[in-house]
Design a protein around this ligand. Structure first.
Ligand code: 5AD
Ligand code: SF4
Length: 339
């Protein structure tokens, strides 16, 4: 049977997609193009409505072509019902998929081209706009031993693969790696001490949890990338509070100062949401001000998208799309253009 794995959303999904493809291949499936595939597996993302709509459109086309569709990853309970009604099969994990497809549980192996390593899944933060704690569940950290074993295997594969002049990268994943249960700074040190010439990156960080031990680790461990992703979301204290992001613009800037002074070559990237309910022009200008002070090298700017089931859903979506677009453009010009 020919299959295709379709991925949208974050790096966690990309990692899971590569594991799923390996799993399917080991079970006798053949990877192919969307046109030829008889079965399509979707790693879904519910973070913004646009991604959900796009997937629904594609499912319609694929079903018209007679393909069987399976879906997993970040799916809300409502959407699970919606997909099931359309004849799409939801599965939670490999075990469930094995049962559905009647496959024997087969162990799978990571390949060299997959350099994402999840160190934890889920999220406990409940930012008021975000669906992830509902779709992915609570935080669960993998043991340090398991992570070190996986990274060691990846590194051993690196030596046999051509990477050109680029050093291979190990990217540690988690919604909030700073709250890794068994100590994130210690984990960085252990991975840094493994033999081999590679770079360690990680994402995402939460400003409320990035403490001095992690900053010191970034500063002194030679293999740790000096580009840090530190989601700001908003520069107005009022909006940060409404977002349930427990820090102020001032505290964020202090954290940035500490990073800049201890890690001289540090580059910062960020996530921002424009058009959160109640964000006035003045609030937005606070975001612009913080961005100017920090000098981000890149920003992922998102237009607010209300997600049913989240705390901020009840606030509606009072800011017009055109206004969100205007704010998006201002930040995009400021941060991402002319680079
Ligand atoms: N609307 C817009 N952007 C969102 N994000 C998360 N939820 C929403 C939402 N409802 C953004 C945040 C987060 C990134 C992964 O996606 O900026 O950091
Ligand atoms: Fe969502 Fe906030 Fe958790 Fe990030 S930290 S996944 S934005 S709830």
């Amino acid at each position: 049977m020919k299959f295709l794995v379709e991925t949208i959303g974050c790096q966690q999904n990309e990692y899971d997609a590569s594991r799923l493809a390996i799993f399917l291949k080991s079970a006798g499936f053949i990877k192919s193009t969307a046109k030829e595939a008889g079965v399509i597996f979707i790693l879904a993302c519910s973070v913004r409505q646009m991604a959900v709509d796009r997937i629904i459109g594609r499912i319609r086309n694929w079903q018209r072509d007679g393909k069987k569709i399976y879906i997993t990853a970040c799916v809300t309970d409502d959407d699970k019902k919606k997909f099931t009604k359309k004849g799409v099969t939801y599965f939670k994990d490999f075990d469930e998929l094995s049962n559905i497809l009647g496959l024997k549980a087969i162990s799978y192996k990571l390949t060299a081209d997959s350099c994402y390593v999840p160190i934890m899944t889920g999220c406990n933060n409940f930012c008021s706009y975000c669906i992830v704690p509902y779709t992915r569940g609570r935080e669960k950290s993998r043991s340090t031993n398991e992570i070190i074993k996986e990274v060691t295997q990846l590194i051993s594969n690196f030596s046999t693969v051509q990477y050109g002049s680029e050093k291979p990268k190990i990217i540690l994943l988690g919604q909030n790696v700073n709250s890794y249960e068994y100590g994130f700074a210690e984990l960085l040190k252990k991975i840094n001490d493994l033999p081999g010439d590679f770079i360690i990156s990680f994402m995402s960080n939460h400003p409320k949890d990035m403490k001095a031990d992690v900053i010191d680790a970034i500063a002194k461990l030679p293999k740790v990338n000096k580009e840090i992703h530190l989601p700001l979301q908003a520069g107005s204290d009022k909006i940060l509070k409404a977002m349930n992001r427990p820090y102020t613009a001032e505290e964020y800037l202090r954290l940035v100062e500490s990073l800049k002074s201890k890690v001289p070559k540090v580059k910062l990237t960020t996530d921002i949401i424009v058009g959160f309910p109640g964000e006035t022009e003045e609030d937005f200008q606070q975001t612009v001000k913080v961005c100017k002070k920090v000098g981000f090298s890149l920003a992922y700017i998102n237009k607010y998208s209300p997600r049913k089931g989240t705390a901020s859903y009840k606030l509606g979506d009072p800011i017009a799309w055109s206004e969100k677009q205007r704010r998006w453009k201002i930040l995009d010009n400021l941060i991402n253009k002319n680079k």
